[in-house]
Design a protein around this ligand. Sequence first.
Ligand code: TSX
Ligand code: MN
Length: 624
Amino acid sequence: MPPQVQSRNQGGARVLQGDLSALSPAVREFVDTNAALCQPESIHICDGSDEENRAVLTQLEEQGMIKKLSKYENCWLARTDPMDVARVESKTVIVTRDQRDTVPTPLGGGVSQLGRWMSQEEFDKAMAQRFPGCMKGRTMYVIPFSMGPVGSPLSKIGVELTDSPYVVASMRVMTRMGTSVLTALGNGEFVRCLHSVGCPLPLRKPLVNNWPCNPEQTLIAHIPDRRQIISFGSGYGGNSLLGKKCFALRIASRIAKEEGWLAEHMLILGITNPAGEKKYMAAAFPSACGKTNLAMLQPTLPGWKVECVGDDIAWMKFDSEGNLRAINPENGFFGVAPGTSAQTNPNAMATVMKNTVFTNVAETSDGGVYWEGMDQTLPEGVTITSWKNQPWSPEDGEPCSHPNSRFCTPAGQCPIIDPQWESPEGVPIEAIIFGGRRPQGVPLVYEAFSWQHGVFVGASMRSEATAAAEHKAKVIMHDPFAMRPFFGYNFGQYLSHWLSMADRPGAKLPKIFHVNWFRKSPTAGFLWPGFGDNVRVLDWMFRRVKGDAGAEPSAVGYLPCRDALDLRGLRGPLDLDQLFSLDRDFWQTEVQDVRKYFSTEVNVDLPGEVARQLELLQQRVSQM
Ligand code: TSX
Ligand code: MN
């Protein structure tokens, strides 16, 4: 037994792995303070090794939290408490001195849709109600992690304290984690992340599915001024893997504003044309638009190649040459499983065949996984167990997998991972794509007239979303920059920050585009085949960036000239007129809806330039 196994911290917690005295004074102080508060039985400083990972997975298996999937290599299935299956927006808050530093004040005094503010006093009370003794009988894991390649000038370091071994296993996939991060940190700054499932031992009531959580007391709080994230009561996804939405979007967007860069909810892809020229693009889509599918696209046009840098988050900064350099701060994909298939995303399917933690998907009797839209005919005699751990058949009427079920899988395993995906200087972004799921009115693609117009296009983003289970109707929701749940500060100030990029001397501003793969004909179905054929749209953007594709101005932006889209080899007929048609009534209504949204939700914090872009759009529409 190594000597440190005997050691205890000041509060009496046994140190199971690692050496507290080897931590930097600031990390040590962070661990000691929170161990004293949460009173864990033991402390484990994560080193990120394979042996540690095996031990954590074995422990999870013994606790009945995960199950080995015999059909694959090192793959696991977790079933959560059905009360803990998604991010909880209503319980996610940002703590600042003034409410206006977090959210604009809605006109008429309603509740902002652009984030939730909590006062320091209210937060202190909430903290004192939840954290004292919350880790009793459990191990507190210390997870040093890097968002971005270890040592990259664009990367940032965090330390997450958690009582969930599921979080340890997931953070090892989603971030760079362990001893190398502590070395890179030295005595530098880090984001302080504290997480507890909120179930001290002995339990006050029995667990559901062996999944500890405390839904009544769930709270996910961010204190950007102190670079702190404090999460209680949920073990799931973005609520507990604090490097992802909490750090890489909410806290990072605040840091980015201060430091002059951008932290965005964007995929990053590399695209190579048949001549071997390569460009990088970043794209923001609301949920249910197939962002991960686009990030891993298999092009149908001969000679084209798409490679994946990231599927969810981009950190972007102009370098000294004026190029916008982007890194993917993550190390894995935490993707929605349902809808992923060999047809829609063969590269994702290949990625998840090993070293993957699945959560809330269905299980096959031969030790595999299953979900809605997997489009896989099951071998004779193979049966399905649902995410709720019940025998399942298609006639049941309920889905076998939870609609928000996930795979958590290493990015490096993606067959088309970009050779530069871990480049410390980042990849040069030449186009930014916004998009939405718009069944009516919005053309397949258009290009913004200017950076300022592009910022307006991002601010005006809307997408069709399946509303809450109570009302089945689909509604077109506003989701500016696909960041609505993820802004780390006032959206009006965020828009000013985006606009300010145009004032940077020497900055080569990327072109900005808007796409809509989902336009429908009033009579038939989708007007665009989508998926691999989307490369035809990327090809037009690629040539626009190079300066050799035709475009004509319209009310909404530049549209491809008649012959500018490469449609060779497209199967089936295509109604280009309908796909690109602009209807004056539709766009007048759209302008009114966006105007109403800006004035109620952004109110006095709306930058004058964005208001001006709305006026310009209205004028162009009225002249259609
Ligand atoms: O991901 C999608 N993409 C982007 C792909 C790179 N999806 C799935 C959305 C749910 C997450 C799409 N669905 C896309 C798309 O481009 N387009 C559509 C709509 C569509 C669906 C089915 C067909 C066509 C369009 N089928 C046939 O044409 C046979
Ligand atoms: Mn996302």
